[in-house]
Design a protein around this ligand. Structure first.
Ligand SMILES: [Zn+2]
Length: 276
């Protein structure tokens, strides 16, 4: 379940003795331009760079209940790929205060006090937690737009967790607010690309023509099926019920704003006191 905690939502399924997580909304930041107000976490969208860094500090403090700031977060240059990187200490602060981002769409780590930060505005933010056989935690975060979804970024992130030593049977997942099938209408070329990548049955399960005569795609259901193929059943997956495009006053939505929008964050971290 997603539970409001101040300016963020937390997935109670991923919260544990040594793991914290949070998903932002538009609320609580310092950006003042109407379409970026107020917790915009993305540069290059018309915002003042200092505002974005300050918002990132606010976000990191909210997720970590004050224990870490923006300098412990890591963002990446998201390119709708299915590339996942393993974070190290030296990556901390990437994406803010002028530190250059790597190009990829997934991050994993087993190091405490590093917060991978995924940014979205309709795409699907996915956070992961898991446990190694020795009991120590691992975490991951992924950005799944439609390209990343059918590129199986979710599966690749699970694989990266297992490469770190995580027992896949222990993996839990939280899927934050994103555009739902109610608002995610697509055209023939989209259908074709999904069919080419995933086959006709998968495509027909997740892209349906509704009573408005338009094709609606369900990105969440696509990711659920892919996670299910990895052995992660829906009982281990927390899903936000909110559609970003249905609630553009609460969430940044690319569709609802026709591209004039900020971005929200999803972050997860192993806490130092809880680490083994
Ligand atoms: Zn909607």
């Amino acid at each position: 379940m997603f539970i409001r905690d101040g300016i963020i939502f937390r997935s109670d399924m991923l919260t544990s003795r040594n793991i914290i997580n949070g998903f932002s909304t538009r609320e609580g930041g310092v950006s003042t331009i109407d379409y970026l107000a107020s917790l915009n976490l993305g540069k290059g969208l018309g915002d003042d760079g200092e505002n974005v860094d300050r918002n990132r500090e606010i976000f990191a403090r909210a997720v970590s209940s004050g224990s870490v700031g923006a300098g412990r977060t890591v963002s990446v240059h998201q390119i709708h790929s299915c590339k996942v990187i393993t974070l190290e200490e030296k990556d901390c602060g990437t994406g803010c205060y002028g530190k250059t981002e790597q190009e990829c769409d997934g991050m994993v780590t087993d190091i405490p006090d590093i917060m991978p930060l995924i940014r979205t505005a309709d795409c699907v933010p996915i956070l992961f937690s898991g446990i190694k056989p020795d009991g120590s935690p691992v975490i991951g975060a992924a950005h799944a737009g439609w390209k990343g979804t059918i590129g199986r970024i979710a599966e690749k992130t699970v694989y990266a967790l297992s490469e770190l030593g995580c027992d896949v049977k222990t993996v839990k997942v939280a899927i934050g607010a994103h555009i739902h099938d109610c608002c995610y209408t697509v055209r023939d070329d989209f259908y074709e690309k999904v069919r080419e990548a995933m086959g006709e049955d998968f495509t027909n399960r997740h892209i349906k023509t509704l009573s408005d005569g338009l094709m609606h795609a369900n990105l969440c259901a696509m990711n659920l099926e892919i996670l299910g193929d990895c052995g992660i059943g829906e009982e281990k997956i927390d899903i936000s019920k909110e559609c970003t495009a249905c609630k553009p006053d609460v969430y940044f939505s690319h569709r609802a704003s026709h591209g004039r929008r900020g971005v929200m964050g999803a972050g997860i971290m192993i806490t130092r006191q809880g680490a083994k």
